[in-house]
Write a protein that binds this ligand. Structure first.
Ligand code: FAD
Length: 391
């Protein structure tokens, strides 16, 4: 008897998970320790994922991708992180893709998507955050002024991750002054900037070294000319387009956190079962067992919300509440698991060779970026609980 569509989809996702794990097995601890130590971009890993088609998961088949949904994309990111690898070098492509897919013109999709799916072009960079305005995106200062068949862009971005390893960057800039817009969210526009042409012609990238290997940068923009053909959708509606992609982004981030949390829990269980102190495995002590069990409970609960968010997204149902809750709960669960794991390992948790300290640094990011916990709580308070807007 043939599988029901739901069972077939689940089987398909299990196959995807297994293939991601197989690919990740070729990138062991030593690889990640080296790229982390030397702050290298994991080019070989990203190339392998690209060739296997995983980074084109969300691109429709007609444009050369696999046309999968968010559930499958989340499974890919979770397995990468659950295998001890890190998807931050390439997740940008999954996050940003939705803006181009949903709001790009047919011509723009034809121009970029097949090349991205084939691995010939990388769309990994996303320039939203600015040094002076931070989470207050509507207040951003970068401007784009129409000049014939181009826009002239001026401003500065910070934390533009992977800009040095990307061919294209999605850029959010103000096209109408804030005091001249009728709608609060109006006046911002999204552009695809071709970094291969822009660098040295009005755009400069400077790396920012951080506590984790994230290839993040600051970007200086000075009279950069961007073809008007690279404007996504309508001028002035860019913030809406970016917001549209947030639910997918938050769900994918939650999946990465779940992968991290499961990695920490597995590591802690193995270590606690083997490490013998005072004549017995440390995992026999409730003081060690209980934090592991708590981290497990938090992770599985967060995962249910992550699954709910992805399923609703794939059914085209509103999922702002679920995506935000999933990101909140999963980022807290992964941090709880990270803290538990380093405590379980004792001194060895701080040694590079065990990977715990690296993953600990990596997973801490998710409570700050791509959106901080407080801003998620603001969303829940205002849009779910209908409390007065606080900011
Ligand atoms: C490694 C890394 C990679 C990143 N990659 C990218 C990228 O590729 N592209 C990009 O555009 N951005 C990126 N970011 C930026 C990231 O999205 C921001 O750091 C994040 O949104 C927080 O903004 P901020 O750092 O300006 O903090 P701020 O907005 O200055 O906030 C600082 C703190 O104050 C809190 N806060 C602010 N306002 C309120 C309020 N009203 N109520 C309660 N609390 C408040 C925040 O929650 C936060 O804890 C990255 C950041 C990092 C660290």
């Amino acid at each position: 008897m043939a599988d029901s569509p739901a069972t077939a989809a689940e089987n398909n996702i299990e196959l995807i998970r297994a293939s991601v794990r197989t690919l990740c097995a070729d990138f062991p601890s030593e690889y990640w320790q080296q790229v982390d130590r030397e702050r290298l971009y994991p080019t070989e890993f990203v190339t392998a994922l690209t060739h296997a088609g995983f980074l084109a998961a969300l691109i429709p088949e007609e444009h050369g991708g696999s046309g999968l949904g968010l559930e499958a994309a989340a499974a890919i990111m979770e397995e990468i992180h659950g295998s001890g690898c890190n998807g931050s070098a390439c997740h940008g492509q999954m996050y940003t893709m939705g803006t181009l897919l949903r709001h790009g013109s047919p011509e723009q999709k034809r121009r970029w998507l097949p090349a991205i799916a084939a691995g010939e072009l990388r769309l990994q960079a996303f320039g939203v955050t600015e040094p002076t305005t931070g989470s207050d995106t509507l207040n951003l200062r970068t401007t784009a002024r129409r000049d014939g068949d181009h826009y002239v862009v001026n401003g500065q971005k910070i934390w533009t991750s992977r800009a040095e390893h990307s061919d294209l960057m999605l850029l959010l800039a103000r096209t109408t002054a804030r005091d001249q817009v009728t709608e609060r969210t109006g006046g911002l526009s999204v552009f695809v900037v071709d970094l291969r042409e822009a660098i040295g012609h009005g755009l400069t990238i400077r790396p920012v070294r951080t506590m984790l290997n994230h290839s993040t940068t600051e970007v200086f923009i000075d009279d950069l000319r961007v073809p008007a053909a690279n404007l996504i959708g309508e001028e002035g509606r860019g913030f809406r387009y970016i917001l549209d992609g947030m639910n997918a982004e938050r769900t994918l981030i939650a999946a990465e956190c779940i992968g991290d949390a499961r990695w920490f829990i597995r590591k802690a269980v193995d270590y606690a079962s083997q490490r013998v102190v005072f004549g017995r495995p440390i995992g026999q002590n409730q003081g060690i067992q209980f934090p592991i069990a708590r981290a497990y409970a938090a992770t599985e609960a967060a995962n249910l919300m992550r699954e709910k968010a992805a399923r609703k997204f794939d059914r085209h149902e509103p999922c702002g509440e679920e995506a935000n809750l999933a990101k909140l709960l999963a980022s807290e669960a992964s941090w709880q698991a990270a803290d538990m794991c380093i405590q379980t390992f004792g001194g060895f948790g701080f040694a590079e060779a065990y990977d715990v300290e690296r993953k600990f640094r990596e997973t801490r990011l998710y409570q700050v970026a791509p959106i901080s916990t407080n801003l998620i709580l603001c969303y829940v308070a205002e849009h779910v609980l209908h409390l007065p807007r606080s900011y």
